[in-house]
Design a protein around this ligand. Structure first.
Ligand SMILES: Nc1ncnc2c1ncn2[C@@H]1O[C@H](COP(=O)(O)OP(=O)(O)O)[C@@H](O)[C@H]1O
Ligand SMILES: [Mg+2]
Length: 237
């Protein structure tokens, strides 16, 4: 099994309410995989569980061949599994530079961290100009870039993005998707959660459709884009 991430029959509940009803999915090394679904389908629950922030009641998560059941969240980050959470979660009262530094908190290779910071500023010139600005004063799109750059500072092998385009103006949405493409081109595997199914399936190689805690479709992204069911439910006709 060559999958970087392999999820089998995962079930997650909030109190008595089952949000994930046994989902299975995988991300292979170098892949960009989209997980789409409407509001409340269980997308965020899936990513939080993969990051180790929620504990499944059943099922398994294998990452690089290892069972993650007993691996705490911070160790998963150290192992290269990074989450950019829904709503970005930047530290509003810290500068852009301080936010990026926080992303390297699991690392101790000081010289490499400094080099990575400079790489981030080269990749994200918008952030370079604003490195001393408080993150809370940035636009939503710029905060999303901070959140993505911060996650990249942990040197992830698998980057999980939870609705990076949410609430952004069209131009900024395009910029975010372009950045996602660039990150993927650098060899980072990506699990992309989006309500914007069309854009997500346009950048992804494969996709999964999540409905009410169950995977209802799994296919090549191009196939999903062309399917009547997906078009009706997620692409507006
Ligand atoms: N903290 C929580 N407590 C109770 N129920 C929750 C909580 N978070 C999410 N849920 C429920 O779990 C289901 C899946 O939510 P979520 O994973 O946030 O969906 P999505 O990200 O696809 O919009 C929804 O029915 C939601 O109401
Ligand atoms: Mg969500």
């Amino acid at each position: 099994m060559s999958a970087l991430l392999h999820v089998q029959d995962l079930k997650v509940s909030y109190g008595g309410i089952q949000a994930l009803k046994g989902i299975s999915l995988e991300v292979r090394a170098g892949e960009l995989v989209a997980l789409i679904g409407s509001n409340g389908a269980g997308k965020t629950t899936t990513l939080k569980t993969l990051a180790g922030l929620l504990r499944p009641t059943e099922g398994s998560i294998h990452y690089q061949g290892d069972d993650l059941a007993r691996v705490p969240a911070h160790q998963r980050v150290r192992d290269g599994l990074a989450l950019v959470p829904e709503g970005r979660g930047v530290f509003a009262r810290l500068t852009v530079a301080e936010n990026l530094h926080m992303g390297a908190y699991t690392r101790s290779d000081t010289a490499d961290i400094a080099a990575d910071l400079e790489r981030m500023y080269a990749t994200f010139p918008r952030l370079a100009e604003r490195r001393q600005q408080l993150a809370g004063t940035l636009s939503g799109g710029e905060q999303q870039l901070v959140a993505m750059a911060r996650a990249l500072m942990s040197r992830p092998k698998l980057l999980m993005l939870d609705e990076p385009s949410m609430g952004l103006a069209p131009l900024m949405v395009a910029k975010i998707f372009e950045t996602v493409r660039e990150i993927a081109a650098q060899g980072v595997s990506i699990l992309l959660v989006e309500q914007n199914a069309k854009l997500a399936l346009q950048v992804a190689q494969r996709g999964y459709v999540l409905e009410s805690g169950k995977i209802t479709l799994a296919d090549a992204a191009a196939t999903l884009l062309g399917s009547d069911g997906v078009r009706r439910a997620y692409l507006g006709g």
